[in-house]
Design a protein. Structure first.
Lengths: 311, 327
């Protein structure tokens, strides 16, 4: 178990380093922050001075070296725009993002999983077709289209809800629904196919053959097995709690991490972009690690694998 | 025969309009052992899955299945749940995938004890251990906490049998119980089923594609072909006086253990597809004794001796020697 955990932690660290390195190189190759932040009309001397001040005149490998050294001292750099610590800028945006993504996650789970189970249990019935039609519609419509559609109906036409901003809880409703619907659709389809796969297994027939009532077959025998593949996709959704709202935050002018990322990339505000990517990689990797541990909890066959391999 | 425990009459099953069973009549007496043989797809398993309501929803079923006079086709789910695992238990071909991978062995046995004998807690656990002992699993107390993947195929089949015994069934239906197992394990499982039948007095239906397996374990054999029973015969008579040409063909394909060696014969052709059934006898196109009357109508079973019936209009003719039947 400890060896398993240690190897997963090592892999997690390598993944994060790769993401950070990739972001570092690509950002520096794809535009000159000095020129963008100072503006096209800035005098060359001012731009040069900016470069020297932020160390941009040094070779990329040296900048990378300094950057990494600083990370291990807890310094993620400062924003080139207002000089504040990047980590402070990012963390103060996190609550706003979570205020959207956590309720959206609850909608995804609360709507998607029961819908998928119901569809599977009534395979090829009207209910199944209706659920799957909605699910296909739900995840083929891109979130920015759905978001704009909701704005058009509920903000512009009906005037029930605001179209953007963060003044009250009512402002959060449309972005939460926009995110929740797409995720619920994905989860419904996934849960349905996992459930159908399990319901076709011989052990389900065994349970029925020994006299277990159907509802108990579903709850006690089918669901624990169908949970195993479903956990993967739920883990992915949990991992994207922080970075999953980029598009929706932009559509609804919601001042969260996603919008900060869009603005920071446009401005080549290097430290901020890197800080966000580091955070995103860390949450995603953590969620994956939790999923791996959950697998072991849900599936005894995986739990015993290391022991058997050693034997 | 005494009053049957299970009486199946005119059982028909079709999937999406394709007939899988085309009228099965079969009685099982209390305590007797019946073998059901035939090639894959002939409807051996479907017969009992249909009788217990275990077929998927798209199967359409008609006919009658009575347990002690009580009709099971259709029966309310509550009635079926009492019958399944309680009065009639069933075990399946692939023991490894027939046990739930995420539940411990003990839990899967005590579940049946709780449902059919109202046992719970330490009492159920003690009985589960006794059942594991009874089916010959060593170190039963510890095995209760094992997962199915930690046991071998043979041990898993023993666990399946323990689950089946938990409800003290009057009939155990064993659907190809040894097909997925090694030959040596096969013999052990078959011997175990025989011993348990003697100990408990339950009836046994053994479904197999292997005539040898069935002949060793059963008092009576039903030979199935293309969704019908073509011959019902006491095992003792099966080798002496097989009546249906299909049964004779199956026997001709068995290597003899005693006597001179002879070339094994094979039945020419293959089983007709469900959508291309011949108008008369389904076996007629492959039959060495075929005459034009065979194509006129589906032959009704005719009695040839006590408990011996065959659905063949030429069954009363003397059998050609197996060597010559399909030469």
């Amino acid at each position: 178990m400890m060896r398993f955990l240690a190897s997963r932690l090592l892999r997690a660290a390598i993944t994060i380093i790769m993401v950070v390195t990739f972001a570092f190189v690509v950002l520096r190759l794809s535009g000159d922050p000095a020129q963008i932040i100072m503006g096209a009309d800035a005098p060359p001397e001012a731009v040069d001075a900016f470069r020297t001040a932020w160390g941009l005149d040094q070779p990329v490998w040296l900048q990378y070296f300094h950057y990494f050294g600083a990370i291990f001292q807890g310094d993620l750099g400062r924003s080139m725009r207002d000089g504040r610590d990047a980590i402070v800028l990012v963390t103060e945006r996190i609550p706003a993002t979570l205020a959207l993504t956590i309720p959206a996650l609850i909608i995804k789970l609360g709507l998607g999983i029961p819908a998928g189970i119901t569809a599977a249990l009534h395979r090829n019935s009207f209910i199944d077709r209706a659920v799957m039609l909605l699910a296909v519609a739900g995840f083929t419509v891109p979130s920015f289209v759905l978001g704009l559609l909701l704005v058009l109906v509920f903000a512009v036409q009906l005037g029930w809800l605001p179209s953007g901003g963060q003044e009250s809880w009512r402002h959060a409703i449309l972005p939460i629904i926009t995110m929740g619907v797409g995720g619920a659709a994905v989860l419904a389809r996934f849960t349905r196919s996992a459930m159908l796969e399990v319901l076709g297994q011989p052990y389900i027939r065994t349970a029925s053959a020994k006299g277990v009532p159907w509802h108990a077959v579903v709850w006690g025998h089918a669901l624990p097995n169908a949970a195993i593949p479903t956990v993967t996709i739920v883990g992915f959704m949990v991992g994207s709690l922080i970075a999953g709202a980029v598009v929706v935050e932009s559509v609804f002018s919601w001042p969260g991490v996603g919008r900060l990322l869009v603005v920071a990339v446009a401005n080549r505000d290097l430290a901020v972009v890197q800080c966000i990517l580091l955070l995103v990689a860390a949450t995603m990797v953590t969620a994956n690690l939790v999923v791996d541990l959950l697998y072991g909890l849900l599936d005894p066959r995986l739990r015993n694998q290391p022991k058997r391999a050693a034997a | 025969m005494s009053a049957p425990l299970v009486a199946i009459k005119g059982l028909r099953v079709s999937f999406d309009g394709q007939a899988a069973l085309r009228g099965i009549d079969l009685d099982v007496a209390p305590g007797e052992s019946v073998g059901l043989v035939g090639e894959s797809g002939c409807g051996k398993s479907v017969t009992w899955l249909a009788a217990l309501g275990l077929l998927p929803g798209r199967a359409s079923i008609s006919g009658s299945v009575k347990l002690d006079g009580q009709e099971l086709l259709p029966a309310r789910p509550q009635v079926l749940d009492r019958v399944r695992g309680g009065r009639i238990a069933m075990i399946f071909q692939d023991p490894a995938s027939s046990l739930n991978p995420v539940h411990r062995i003990g839990k899967q046995i005590t579940e049946a004890l709780r449902l059919h004998r109202g046992m719970d807690g330490p009492q159920a656990r003690a009985e589960a251990k006794r059942l594991l002992d009874q089916v010959g699993i060593p170190d039963a107390a510890r095995r209760l906490d094992a997962w199915p993947h930690e046991l071998s195929g043979g041990q898993n089949q023993r666990v399946m049998i323990a689950i089946a015994l938990a409800g003290r069934p009057e009939l155990l239906v064993a659907d190809e119980p040894t097909t997925a197992l090694d030959v040596t394990i096969q013999a052990q499982i078959l011997a175990l089923l025989q011993d348990l039948r003697k100990e408990t007095g339950m009836a046994l239906v053994l479904i197999s594609h292997d005539l040898g397996v069935v002949a060793d374990s059963c008092e009576r054999v039903c030979v199935m072909y293309a969704g019908r029973i073509v011959e019902q015969v006491p095992t003792a008579r099966l080798f002496e006086a097989p009546a249906h040409p299909y049964t004779r063909g199956l026997l001709g394909a068995l290597p003899p253990l005693h006597g001179p060696r002879r070339p094994l014969s094979a039945i020419p052709g293959s089983v007709p597809e469900p959508w291309a059934m011949p108008p008369g006898c389904a076996f007629a196109p492959r039959c060495a004794m075929h005459v034009s009357a065979c194509d006129a109508a589906v032959p009704e079973p005719v009695g040839l001796a006590r408990n011996h019936r065959a659905a063949c209009i030429r069954a009363t003719l003397p059998a050609p020697h197996p060597e010559n039947a399909y030469a």
